[in-house]
Design a protein around this ligand. Sequence first.
Ligand SMILES: Cc1cc2nc3c(=O)[nH]c(=O)nc-3n(C[C@H](O)[C@H](O)[C@H](O)COP(=O)(O)O)c2cc1C
Length: 427
Amino acid sequence: MSSRLFSEFLGFQMENPWCVASAPPTATGKLMADAFDAGWGCAIMKTVGPVEEPIINVAPRIQTMKKWNREIAMQNIELITDRRLSVWLDELKTLRKRYPQKMIIGSVMAPGHDMSAWAKLIEEMNKVGCNAVELNLGCPHGMPERDMGAVCSQDADIVYNIVSTAKSVSKVPILTKLTPNVTNIKVMAQAAKKGGTDAITVINTVNGIIGIDIYKRKPHLSVNGYTAIGGISGNAVKPMGLKCVAECRQATGLPISATGGIASWSDGVEYLLMGADQLQVCTEIMIRGFKIVDNLNKGLEKYLDEMGFQTIQEAKGELYKNVTSFDYLLKHSSSEKVQVNEETCTGCNLCVVACENAGYDALKLKEVEDKKRTQGRRKVAEVIVDKCTGCNLCVAVCPVPACMSLYDSQKAFPYQLHASYAENTLG
Ligand SMILES: Cc1cc2nc3c(=O)[nH]c(=O)nc-3n(C[C@H](O)[C@H](O)[C@H](O)COP(=O)(O)O)c2cc1C
């Protein structure tokens, strides 16, 4: 393993920025050992709760959503670990001895109003040699019904109480894992900072229902025809994750461990560019296994080469600073128009349909001479410049790379509204 991927997180040197998130792939010490052997730099144990809380799962509890036979999202209604705390403590001690170079993070959860339960769990994680402890304030199903999980990061006072309790007992750094299922995550991140958290982990899963079987007429994740609102994870939640990383960095300036939708090395790079420091993966491992870390590493190294970076540190970005208000965008940009590269356009008509039916009607097909055939003519898209508002829909739907693009029209906003915006279109 090349040292170029070395990453520093909360004072710990990891061989790479990849971390197995707290979830089924870290459900036992043996699994965490397997992850380390496969090459993961860090693993976060499956969350453990108070000893007296019996954890009984329902079956089934996992379902996926696929497009073209590839999983793009997963719903789970799984609870935290159902294993005894004492067994976990033994395993964590052994892992610590066997893997001194790996970052081991404990993960704990207790009721939002029972600070002594939080303190006890955090002390135990300290004693067995965890490098840090993650406070799971984000599980969106099952646990909130017991005053745990997401309800703990939907109230800033509770966040503050838990984090300050954790900081008062922990000798190792504290990561606060927040739910994205709030109106304003910045308020929760600020409360965690006020409580003294060393880092923030975002996101835990997003509330959702993965789908409906239209012929059986029941939810895809069905327990005798019933379901519960679960946690959505996987590649489809990356946009929510990026948003939360940006907001939490903006609100606190603290290090961020990113989790949510990392399915390839480039998803991880997106998070690094947004401002994250560590990259957690769960769903993609559940589907493809620990071995994916080889491709994650290879992709990352190739990216460093291509971009001329020596280290991961150099490759990191601060794009959270560029996430701003709409008003700022309006004041600091000029209007754009679309242009078509007639050489590469295949005349497939997708952009014309999208533009017509999305209301702008600024594209049509025209015939041009086909230079590849002596007598032939072919169709290409043509922009009706006065009608184009530069919305980018055609660029987004065009299947041909380097065919449609935007250019600066040199006109200030607001662009010239075309006639149909001022006229009654129904006559
Ligand atoms: C089946 C399942 C169980 C999970 N259990 C936990 C858990 O015990 N503790 C926790 O903090 N997060 C748990 N998570 C959330 C993951 O750690 C992770 O934050 C989330 O799935 C988003 O990352 P991903 O898109 O890579 O899966 C679980 C996720 C799944 C899919």
